[in-house]
Ligand binder design. Structure first.
Ligand code: SAM
Length: 207
């Protein structure tokens, strides 16, 4: 869910999974990609809200193009659905695992995204998110959903939440997931200059 360039989806397929990719339908802009609605958005972004949105959609389209290029070069069998993470009603057939990779922090309503996709997962939900906010103990069951936008941080337009594994466990319990396996790794952000490593966690939740 939130496949992006498909880097992870193609790796999953390489390792033997039958993959269905779900991402955002850029053509239908309303109620998608939750930008943070600063009162002074235009001043901050140096342009209008519309132009920011248009640039974002262009970038997302480029990401989709890279997905389709890779799909064709690898002769991939990944099936693709485009829609909105908040109200998907597609009949995908039997699904074992649902994977969310670095998408929940971008959503105004991560709970609704989990509500939409948790029922599809007959066996496991796997969630990878950044774990770089120091005050929280990501190894404990501390259940935190911390609001990231801050009027003093000028360039955060798309990062809504820092979620702890404890928060996700607590909510995934409600959807019937009872066993959890938590691990940590570093992700190198190639687009940052200088390049930085960011700590991430992966929570594997099983029914
Ligand atoms: C940071 S990228 C993560 C890409 C990939 N999962 C990875 O970990 O490399 C976030 C993805 O979530 C998708 N996304 C964001 N909001 C969405 C929404 N409301 N509905 C569907 N997809 C959405 C974006 O299009 C983008 O592909």
């Amino acid at each position: 869910v939130g496949t992006g360039s498909g880097f992870l989806a193609f790796e999953m397929e390489k390792r033997g999974a039958q993959v269905i990719a779900f991402d955002f339908d850029g053509g239908n802009v309303n109620h998608q990609h939750d930008l943070i609605p600063y009162f002074d958005f235009e001043q901050r972004s140096g342009g209008s809200y519309e132009s920011y949105f248009k640039q974002l959609l262009t970038n997302l389209d480029k990401m989709k193009n890279s997905f389709w290029l890779t799909h064709s070069l690898l002769k991939s069998n990944i099936k693709v659905f485009y829609g909105n993470v908040y109200d998907c009603e597609v009949d995908f057939g039997h699904i074992d695992y649902v994977f969310f990779g670095n998408i929940l922090l971008h959503l105004m309503n991560p709970i609704q995204a989990i509500n939409t996709f948790a029922p599809y997962a007959s066996s496991k939900i796997i969630i990878t998110e950044a774990a770089f906010h120091q005050p929280f103990n990501y190894e404990s069951d501390e259940a935190v959903c911390f609001l990231m936008p801050n009027i003093d941080v000028k360039d955060n337009f798309m990062h809504w939440w820092q979620l702890t594994p404890g928060f996700l466990k607590r909510y995934l319990n409600i959807h019937g997931f009872t066993n959890f396996d938590l691990s940590f790794h570093e992700v190198l952000a190639l687009f940052e200059k200088p390049q930085k490593k960011h700590r991430h966690f992966t929570l594997v939740a099983s029914r």
